[in-house]
Ligand binder design. Structure first.
Ligand SMILES: Cc1cc2nc3c(=O)[nH]c(=O)nc-3n(C[C@H](O)[C@H](O)[C@H](O)COP(=O)(O)OP(=O)(O)OC[C@H]3O[C@@H](n4cnc5c(N)ncnc54)[C@H](O)[C@@H]3O)c2cc1C
Length: 444
């Protein structure tokens, strides 16, 4: 089949790869000037299936209380009276109230399968992106450690290697941890680690262009889609300058690309929308009036100090109180967190990033060259129940690969195969039902 993928983030590129492997002729259309220019640009890079949590969960109320106490892992829902935001919040609150652990367990199953698939891709395609193995959750007080450990009992029972450590055990894994910060202990998770998503995406793109039937077009925005007989028609508008200067912290990826002359309309047998939170009108044309909203977060990336570069940050670190993550990207250190629903957070940049700097100081105060920081804010495409949508749209031939929220990098390789299998009419190794049906989630 001739298949168009709209969106060249991690979701679109991995889906393009799986469809090309299945023998389809794939065209990727991206409005920005390169791959991974949206949410996939500079996120934290953590891959930890055991820690996956949908944004809708019963303890969010406690989370809001924790936020009032100045921590950062709970969802922040600023006052915004737009209809879309009110609808999202209403559905999120009811998903929190009704939330069973089943959604979380489905997410973890997809995350574990995805990690296996990612490892297989890395080894068969010889991908060489920056990455590290293992995750260490660290806590200053035993209460937050107990809470995290209780949450992980189910995944431990499902066979994941999750070990509670005392302070010495944590320091053996990460000798660079701040000796002045009280350390109640930690939790070591063997399955997962951190990786540079953007590097991964660039490499996959190059391999697919060289070895499969995948074509990329950048600076091209898909503005309408409709079915005409047997085909789907996409109307395009070419963007001369896709730069988004709406805020200094919203950086974009720029790669030199050839100017590409495309006709204003293209036809395909199938279309995959992997657009992130940007394309609600397109989704409506596909018959899916989805309550997809951005949840903003931020990262700060520092060069490691020369003397510190030898002291390995071997694992990804997660601060148990705030959920803020510290990950190593080659010779750089990234700190990421924050969850703000709706509009791009504006205001004093120093204040916005302060929670990240505080957690960096808490655990690794000597690691980073402070004068040399790249800051970034990105929008996680999020549905109110917190699960991704991986399946058919109501309009025949249109498929959705959306709403990966805070886990798009973790879920990408599994989600891509899950959709490719549905398009092929095959069943997958894991059950697609929790992610595929709009009707069961109340949106048809
Ligand atoms: C601060 C932060 C930290 C995060 N940390 C992690 C983490 O540690 N681990 C993890 O697994 N995930 C993490 N995430 C989540 C992850 O970044 C996202 O889930 C993932 O990047 C989403 O990928 P995507 O391809 O769906 O969206 P995007 O990367 O946003 O790609 C969508 C693309 O579609 C394009 N597009 C939209 N509309 C059109 C159109 N009409 N025509 C053409 N192109 C279009 C956009 O330009 C964009 O490039 C984090 C996110 C943030 C913001």
């Amino acid at each position: 089949m001739r298949i168009a993928i709209v969106g060249a983030g991690i979701a679109g590129i991995t889906t393009a790869h799986e469809l090309a492997v299945d023998g389809h002729q794939v065209t990727v259309l991206e409005q920005q000037e390169g791959v991974a220019a949206g949410a996939s640009f500079a996120h934290s890079g953590l891959i930890a299936p055991a820690l996956l949590e949908p944004v809708a969960r019963a303890d969010q109320k406690r989370g809001l209380l924790r936020r009032a106490l100045a921590t950062a892992d709970a969802l922040d829902t600023p006052r915004d009276w737009s209809g879309a935001s009110r609808r999202w919040r209403r559905q999120w609150q009811s998903a929190c109230a009704n939330g069973s652990d089943q959604a979380r367990l489905s997410l973890i199953d997809l995350g574990r399968w995805s990690l296996e698939r990612q490892k297989a891709l890395i080894s068969t395609l010889h991908l060489e992106h920056e990455r590290s193995d293992g995750v260490l959750v660290v806590a200053r007080d035993s209460d937050s450690l107990d809470r995290k450990m209780a949450r992980l009992e189910g995944v431990q029972a499902a066979g994941q290697r999750v070990t509670r450590l005392d302070a010495d055990g944590c320091r053996q894994i990460e000798p660079g941890l701040n000796p002045d910060t009280p350390l109640a202990g930690g939790i070591r998770i063997e399955e997962g680690g951190a990786g540079n998503c953007r590097e991964f995406v660039h490499q996959l793109r190059l391999i697919d262009e060289a070895h499969h039937d995948v074509k990329y077009h950048f600076g091209v925005s898909v503005c309408h889609l409709q079915r005409k007989g047997d085909v789907l028609q996409l109307r395009l508008s070419q963007r001369q300058n896709a730069r988004d200067d709406s805020a200094p912290t919203r950086q974009r990826a720029f790669l030199p690309t050839r100017p590409m002359e495309l006709p204003a309309q293209l036809e395909f047998d199938a279309v995959v929308l992997a657009t992130g939170p940007d394309a609600l009108p397109l989704l409506r044309e596909a018959g899916a009036d989805l309550p997809l909203q951005p949840v903003w977060g931020r990262t700060a990336t520092f060069r490691l100090r020369n003397d510190w570069a030898q002291l390995p940050l071997r694992s990804a670190l997660v601060d148990a109180e705030t959920g803020i993550r510290l990950t190593r990207m080659g010779q750089r250190l990234r700190v990421g967190g924050g969850h703000v629903l709706g509009a791009l957070p504006q205001g004093d940049v120093e204040q916005l990033f302060m929670p990240l700097y505080q957690v960096l100081d808490r655990w690794l105060p000597l690691a980073a060259r402070r004068g040399d920081v790249q800051i970034w804010q990105g929008a996680r495409p999020t549905l109110p129940d917190g699960l991704p949508l991986i399946g058919p749209a109501p309009l025949e031939g249109v498929w959705l690969q959306l709403g990966h929220a805070d886990h798009g990098w973790t879920l990408a390789c599994g989600a891509a195969r899950l959709l490719a299998d549905q398009i092929a009419g095959r069943s997958s190794e894991i059950d697609a039902t929790p992610f595929a049906s709009l009707a069961s989630r109340g949106w048809s």
